[in-house]
Design a protein around this ligand. Sequence first.
Ligand code: SAH
Length: 444
Amino acid sequence: MSKSYRVRCREINDNFSGTFVFNNATLEAPGLLPGELAEVSLLYGKDKGKAVVNEIIEASDKRINPPCPVYRECGGCSLMHTTYDNQLQIKENYCRKLLSKFGKVSKIEGMDNPYNYRNKIHSTFSKNKKGDIVSGLYEETSHRVVEVDKCLVEDERASEVIKTIRELMKKYRVMPYNEDKGVGIIRHVLLRVAENGDTLVAIVVGSNVFPDKHKFAEKITANHPFVKSVVLNYNLKKTSLVLGEREEILAGSGFIVDRMCGIEFRISAKSFYQVNRVLAERIYMDAIREAGIGAKDKVLDAYCGIGTIGLAVAKHTGAERVVGVELNGAAVADAISNAKRSGLSNVTFVQGDAGDYLDSVGSEEKFSCIIMDPPRSGASLKFIKSVLRMKPEKIIYISCNPVTLARDLSELTKKNYRAELIRPYDMFCHSSHVETVCLLSKKR
Ligand code: SAH
């Protein structure tokens, strides 16, 4: 054990770690809160500048005992050591620091119940040192599986199904897949849960041979009637990606149907879908209402995924025309089928790069409102320049990364646009992520 030092925490930094000064350098320790006195060990090599907390000597009144027993090892959550109110405050302060220069940052919107919100659940299977079959998540920095019996942020039904799968594996002697040796069968299990509880179970296998697959599916659906479909996903490659290409349906239709913003979405194992339905719905409906989109508007939904926002706009505002653009072909196909199912005729979807698309439509298509929901890397400069050339009345920027949002806002607000509203939402409770909505309008 390396030497322990007693330090006093000063602030929370942008990684949501606590900072302290040691030998004139500012270092950080995950899980430390401002004002706290703690014993820490310093890390070296690639982790230089970081420390681990060995013991809290004087605790902050905002500290709580993390309700999850594997909180420290797992790495999925990073704020469970503090009250939910303080988590919200930390995220709000972070957004204020990065975004206040563009306009007033509103109070963060949190969840009434910040637990069990994830509707997409992933569990990896392995054997522990004793040879027992275990399931959970990979440790943040290694390939070791941290055993998770009940994850507090996931839909409660998931843990029950995963437990059944572990028991069935024991009963039928189905081994977890061992990537290094290339032996065994089950690699991962992925679950998708709809609002009404309908669940899709995808069993990801590393082998073409799984003799008891039909018995597995039968037992899972018999024990858990809310499981409406079971699929096998074949992932025979040495890869960190969870899902492979090939899929075989063992029970049900291979998809579930969920409702968001009053629209039905067909979700298969591979579909992209927001993991927190409750907040996603609130964000989209707030943004549509606050931007005042009406029947005269022509709306672009850029980075549209399976069309969630564009379809909500088409349904609830009666906008004259809505176009969604998205790079991923499978997501576009889902978007088109979602539009058909909901009988909306004022919306179309295009596959391509958002920047290329907007650049190429030139003056043929004039959007009055542009909604953008890019990935963490933010929008491309080509896209932003095309937006500025088109001069829509309104821009709604939905961002999952305040750093790239700030970068893009500095371009968008340089001349013609003003941020009317900037509001963070706690879409990923207990994690270090925060979603932000920014409404921009053209200066008069
Ligand atoms: N608005 C959607 C998805 C947002 S996630 C929803 O709410 O569900 C961001 C999306 O941007 C992903 O679907 C990703 O495939 C897509 N994307 C990434 N780069 C892109 C690009 N250059 N052009 C268009 N879409 C892109």
